[in-house]
Design a protein around this ligand. Structure first.
Ligand code: HEM
Length: 394
């Protein structure tokens, strides 16, 4: 059965914004003004070490009064920012093991309605956290500690998402053209996808401009941490009062929860080994369910690699391999970024020791460089080496 083209709307994906939420709301209605205020001032309150006390005094607001998808997404963003400050305000030795009901109940409730996890994750911190100012400059709405650096981290990541969105049309067309075995059109799609990945890397390279490695590592990154598991300052997880007496464990926020690379892998049929696959599949549980379903549908039905292999066409095979090469290049660049912002920072004597137990963990809790290099190798090994080329017709 031919399933492409897909209806993007059905998957909450748009050709203009990709996986980004379209026109996120900036504030919630007055009833939730305390959430608006605490989320807006989180970084300052954490610095003064007064956020936890303020949350403990907060009333339990009824999240059923939130109306519509965009209010739910903003509520998740705000509560995630507040909870991250609540848990990590006192460093890892003073990490909060219990969230009060006024935070846990609505946060968990909103998360269930959205089908995402009650933890600060990429769909909230990046996808639902943006606006443009009068000059058309992308800005974030709510920030973690780290001032302009923290905002830059969010907006540059959002720019990578938007660069991806520009290539969504080519990705979708590649799926249809592969299904129809339209070799000429598929060559052009793959060239466009390669260009998109190069543009994603260009957007990514701006990270250096205004995010210092020291601020990322010492100030901002601890607030992206999850809870639960060996080596965590909260090995059992966190109790969400009013939800469960048993602690819940959550993976921290990471752009590994972005659907962009997983979508490109799915189109090109890059298949990672079992351990990495299980990590990436776990990351999908932190994406909006419609985006997870989008990736799974493409992964199951993409015929792009098959169409290339069957064609024995030199130009098509070259376009496919070059496309993979651009993804390898993106992943190599990402390894450089992780080396600068995490590995080298973790090896400094002067690093922030308040969050020492988080030092060797990835933002999402994996052992970083071998993991990322292995993803890169699998991408490279997906190349098609075909010596039996026929001449391309055109
Ligand atoms: C300062 C910037 C960044 C740092 C320090 C960083 C760090 C990391 C780390 C440590 C991982 C390993 C998994 C984990 O522990 O979470 C990871 C995975 C990943 N990151 Fe980043 N990241 C950064 C920016 C970005 C950006 C802007 C993107 C673009 C969307 C991105 C996309 C990914 C992807 C897709 C993965 C999963 C592995 C893969 O598919 O290659 N990262 N990142």
């Amino acid at each position: 059965m031919d399933i492409f083209p897909l209806d993007l709307n059905a998957f909450k994906v748009s050709e203009e914004y990709g996986f980004m939420l379209i026109k996120p709301l900036k504030v919630l209605p007055d009833y939730f003004s305390e959430w608006n205020t605490l989320a807006q001032n989180m970084a300052e309150l954490v610095q003064q070490k007064t956020l936890r006390g303020a949350v403990d005094k907060m009333a339990l607001f009824d999240h059923h009064r939130l109306q519509g998808y965009r209010e739910l997404r903003l509520a998740h963003l705000q509560l995630s920012i507040i909870a991250s400050g609540y848990i990590w305000q006192e460093g890892d030795s003073g990490a909060a093991k219990v969230l009060p009901a006024c935070l846990a109940v609505p946060w968990h409730g909103v998360s269930m309605l959205l089908g995402i996890q009650p933890v600060l994750c990429h769909p909230s911190l990046v996808l639902a956290n943006w606006t443009v100012d009068d000059q058309g400059v992308l800005q974030s709405l709510y920030n973690l500690p780290g001032g302009d650096h923290a905002e830059w981290f969010v907006t540059v990541t959002a720019q990578v998402e938007l660069a991806f969105a520009k290539g969504l049309k080519a990705l979708m067309q590649a799926l249809t053209h592969a299904q129809n075995r339209n070799v000429d059109a598929l060559v052009i799609d793959l060239q466009n996808i390669k260009h998109t990945v190069q543009e994603m890397k260009k957007a990514f390279s701006k990270m250096h401009e205004k995010l210092s490695a020291e601020t990322f590592y010492d100030v901002l990154r601890p607030f992206l941490s999850g809870w639960g598991g060996d080596g965590s300052p909260l090995p059992d997880g966190v109790v969400y009062t009013g939800i469960s007496d048993e602690p819940l464990q959550m993976t921290g926020g990471s752009a590994a929860q972005s659907s962009t690379l997983q979508c490109i892998d799915a189109v090109l049929r890059v298949r990672h080994g079992p351990e990495i696959r299980s990590f990436l599949e776990n990351m999908r549980n932190y994406m909006p369910p419609a985006h997870k379903e989008f990736i799974e549908t493409i992964e199951e039905h993409s015929q792009v690699k098959l169409a290339v292999a069957e064609s024995h066409d030199q130009q098509l095979t070259a376009a496919y391999n070059e496309c993979l090469e651009s993804v390898v290049d993106f992943r190599s660049y990402h390894v450089q970024i992780v080396t600068k912002y995490i590995v080298l920072m973790a090896n400094r004597e002067t690093r922030n020791k308040d969050y020492e137990a988080l030092a060797t963990r990835g933002t999402g809790g994996s052992s970083i460089l071998p993991f990322l290099k292995s993803l890169r190798s699998t991408t490279s090994e997906t190349r098609i080496n075909d010596n039996k080329y026929s001449e391309h017709k055109s």
